[in-house]
Design a protein around this ligand. Structure first.
Ligand code: GDP
Ligand code: MG
Length: 726
């Protein structure tokens, strides 16, 4: 029989960090709540018969949020052999609220007083012996981050589990409540095991519907319990749930007084930094500046140098020619040589060329996240989002989406309000993910020229703008009306990022990218090569392998791919990129966004090999000579339907084909409108004259402005109703 130990605690108290420390795995450690929605299991290092479960972070065992339901069901129904209740020592008072409930479950409990390093640094004193006695459980000091105490806590939990010594809560409610609990307990005799009876009695007193359903009491008992609760409510003049909550807080205040001596302190460094960083006026400019620097360094400056080297020198000079020569020397057919050298190495190489940029970008993002800055950003964005009827909770999935849209969409699970959740699922992939980074880098970094370096961060903000604009427009429709859910979160203290954490994080994100390059993109590039190298040569006379060396005609224009692309391309003509190559690239992006660049790599070849073969960078520039068209191409590809994997995630989270179709449709339409406006207004401003396209773009602009600024019909109706009632 294995021993099962659950890690439970508030969001951000260090559960996942301890889980990783104990099991030796590398689960994602996030600096904001909600990163662990599903529970994760692992085996204790060196003791394979002990299974550790990392539960979602919760503030209470009430059944209101998804995290609470997941954690509570696990604790209530699966009865782990012991619980390690992690509490953030720097925030003890708030954390103990959950502890008082966990102690009542009738399961052995070890209290891990975590972040003890920070507690000591702050100069606070916590009397752990006294704390243990007052609460009724063993207390161990831990620092999950520094790796101290976790083993002791685990050892303690194992020994409690083996002796089956459940925690004995020392807390007593007021006399009236205790009497009521005893009376309720009498109805549970023989229905619920004695050890868990207290927890059930409290929950029944609180009229917890889920528990009431679960215990299956006879009708008579239910009525007597209701009478008991109602009598107490009358006596104490409050509803039963508030009575319990208030008494818990009173008790915790006493515990704090008895066991904790806080050092009277000046503002901590963290507080001082927060005064500036979360300042009402400075917060947003600082965030914008930070992201500018991050994108500038990783995409435009340092990143371009490394990527240029990888593309032009490493792949185009050091890898492709020798492989090509070697293939000829062993007598490989020309088409096979082309497939391998131009198709696969060219396409996959174009994608891999961006790995260095990605490493740099994620290096910065990991640091920002790990030091605690991104948690502040969620807090800052909450203030802004709230004005538009969105919750700051929506921002967390978006932060995650800057790595990959799939976990980003999945992170929406933590949003309780169904409307907010759907809206966040629909909009979170607007934030450029790692796979879209190469498209930005290709279009901006090289093609718009060095003096336009500031453009690349703008496309990150374009994503955020698309989210906010969508939020405003959608909130005013019937489908999404309603106020956003409140958003509470603990701001962790700033700390130096742990190098190991940053490295793991960086590697996890880049690994997925590299794996995709070796699988999906590998296959896609091969396919693109075939479709672009076979076709109807000599104006349709013969079908076969096209002669790419033909100096008179670009034979590729007669390829199968060109035929397919040309068929669809007119749709994109108003956006400025109505040629078959851009069309095919955009479509191939549905498989994986990296393919957009991969496709260009196959079609145009890498590097600047010479006059006849100008290389991908220049060729894409020649294909889209107008900068506005490149910006439109980029905007379209950033905002339109995400890759199939993300669409799959959207479908899973929406759990409805109709909503999925609506989401994808909305994204494509918005992308089309934005790209149309960029190209058409760009043409107008550069003096191309007024055309049908311009008129069309103005029409789109007017409709969008109307949708943005019309009064909220929901509010108007409410106002009307209020007036009528007055
Ligand atoms: P969870 O939400 O409970 O899973 O918390 P995480 O494990 O994701 O940790 C939240 C943040 O707190 C991370 O930035 C950790 O590096 C940090 N952290 C966790 N434990 C400690 C600790 O003992 N001391 C300090 N200083 N930081 C910690
Ligand atoms: Mg976690």
């Amino acid at each position: 029989m294995s021993i099962r130990i659950a890690l439970a605690g508030n969001p951000n108290c260090g559960k996942t960090t301890m889980f990783n420390d104990l099991t030796g795995s590398s689960q994602y450690v996030g600096n904001w709540p909600g990163v662990t929605v599903e529970k994760k299991e692992g085996r204790l290092k060196g003791k394979k018969d002990v299974v550790i479960t990392d539960l979602p972070g919760i503030y209470s065992l009430s059944p209101y949020t998804l995290e609470e339901v997941v954690s509570r069901n696990y604790l209530m129904n699966e009865h782990p052999d012991a619980i390690i209740n992690l509490v953030d020592g720097t925030n003890l008072e708030r954390n103990l609220y959950l502890t008082t409930q966990i102690l009542e479950l009738g399961i052995p409990v070890v209290l891990a007083l975590n972040m003890i390093d920070l507690v000591k640094k702050n100069g606070d004193q916590i009397d752990i012996k006294r704390l243990g006695e007052t609460l009724g459980c063993k207390v161990v000091e831990t620092s999950a981050l520094k790796g101290t105490g976790s083993r002791e806590a685990a050892a303690e939990a194992i020994s409690l589990a083996s002796s089956r010594k459940a925690a004995v809560p020392q807390h007593e409610f007021s006399k009236t409540v205790e009497e009521a609990l005893a009376a309720i307990g009498a109805h549970l005799d023989g229905v619920i095991d004695d050890s868990h009876a207290r927890w059930y009695a409290v929950k029944l007193f609180e009229r917890d519907e889920k528990v009431l359903e679960a215990v299956k009491l006879p009708e008579g008992s239910k009525q007597s319990i209701e009478a008991i609760v109602a009598a107490v409510e009358k006596e104490l003049d409050d509803d039963s749930e508030s009575i319990i909550t208030n008494e818990r807080y009173e008790y915790i205040a006493k515990v704090m007084k008895a066991c904790v001596r806080k050092k009277k302190k000046a503002l901590t460094t963290s507080d001082k930094i927060d005064r500036i960083v979360t300042n009402r006026w400075l917060a947003l400019p600082i965030f914008v500046a930070v992201m500018f620097v991050v994108y500038y360094v990783s995409v435009s400056s340092l990143g371009t140098i490394v990527t240029d080297f990888t593309n032009d020198t490493l792949f185009a000079e050091w890898i492709q020619p020798p492989v090509g020569e070697w293939l000829s020397s062993i007598g490989a057919a020309d088409w096979l040589n082309g497939l391998i050298v131009d198709g696969i190495i060219g396409g996959v190489g174009a994608v891999l060329g961006f790995v260095p940029q990605m490493f740099i970008l994620f290096f910065f993002l990991s640091i920002l996240e790990d030091c605690g800055y991104m948690a502040r950003v969620a807090f800052i964005m909450d203030r802004i989002f709230r004005k538009f009827g969105l919750s700051g909770k929506s921002f967390i999935p978006m932060l995650i989406s800057s790595g990959c849209g799939v976990p980003g969409v999945m992170a929406t699970k933590t949003i309780e309000n169904e409307n907010d959740r759907r809206m966040t699922i629909m909009t979170t992939t607007f934030i450029p993910c790692s796979a879209k980074l190469p498209i930005i880098a290709l279009m901006v970094g090289s093609l718009m020229g060095g003096e336009f370096w500031w453009i690349s961060p703008l496309f990150y903000f374009l994503g955020i703008a698309a989210v906010i604009i969508s939020g405003i427009i959608l909130k005013k429709t019937k489908m999404f009306a309603g106020d956003p859910a409140p958003f509470v979160m603990e701001l962790p203290q700033y700390h130096l990022p742990a190098p190991k954490g940053v490295l793991i994080h960086m590697w996890e994100r880049c690994k997925a990218f590299i794996i995709k390059a070796g699988t999906v993109i590998f296959v896609a590039c091969g396919l693109i090569w075939f479709l672009s190298n076979f076709g109807w040569a000599d104006g349709g006379a013969v079908f076969g392998l096209l002669d790419m060396e033909d100096p008179n005609v670009n034979q590729m224009d007669y390829s199968i791919l060109a035929y397919i692309g040309n068929f669809i391309a007119p749709i994109f003509a108003p956006l400025g990129f109505g040629n078959w190559q851009s069309t095919v690239a955009s479509i191939s992006g549905l498989v994986a966004k990296e393919n957009v660049v991969g496709t260009f790599g196959v079609l145009f070849g890498l590097g600047d090999a010479g006059e006849a073969d100008p290389g991908m960078w220049t060729a894409v520039g020649n294909m889209l000579p107008f900068a506005g068209a490149r910006a439109a191409f980029l905007a379209f590809n950033l905002l339109c339907a995400p890759c199939f994997a993300a669409i799959g995630a959207i479908k899973r989270e929406m759990a409805s084909a109709k909503w999925t179709a609506f989401a994808i449709g909305y994204q494509c339409v918005l992308a089309y409108c934005v790209a149309l406006m960029i190209n058409q207004f760009g043409l107008l401003f550069t003096g191309a004259g007024f055309t049908v396209g311009t008129a069309f773009a103005f029409l789109v602009l007017i409709v969008m402005l109307f949708l943005l600024f019309r009064p909220n019909p929901d509010r108007k109706n409410a106002l009307k109703a209020a007036r009528a009632a007055a």
